[in-house]
Design a protein around this ligand. Structure first.
Ligand SMILES: [Zn+2]
Length: 106
């Protein structure tokens, strides 16, 4: 039996989170202005997901239906790729769908 605390760590090395900031990914002032305009339209006043579930909730976020990585992605500014969601639905979607779909290969 060996004494505990040999100091050996499992071989997995923690990689630092190298995700660029939101601004670096293209969500800068242009995006926030665009977002505000989009959400001010009557048809985008309510969260689409909540509405589909029969709930009425104000939309606060603009989501990319097909996840994009940065503003360089052609779908970043594609209006067909935007939907109005409440913050809650947006987080849920980001944590589930977007993580799996992250990079779509064709
Ligand atoms: Zn919602």
């Amino acid at each position: 039996m060996r004494a505990a605390g040999s100091g050996r760590r499992a071989g997995t090395r923690r990689r630092p989170d190298r995700r660029p900031t939101a601004a670096a990914r293209g969500y800068g002032s242009r995006w926030s202005r665009y977002r505000r305009t989009l959400l001010s339209r009557p048809e985008n006043a309510l969260c689409g997901r909540c509405r589909a579930a029969g709930r009425t909730r104000a939309a606060t976020d603009v989501d990319h239906i097909d996840p994009v990585e940065s503003a360089e992605d052609p779908r970043f500014w594609d209006p067909d790729n935007h939907q109005a969601l409440c913050h809650r639905c947006h987080s849920i979607k980001t944590n589930t769908t977007d993580r799996d779909k992250g990079r779509r290969k064709r």
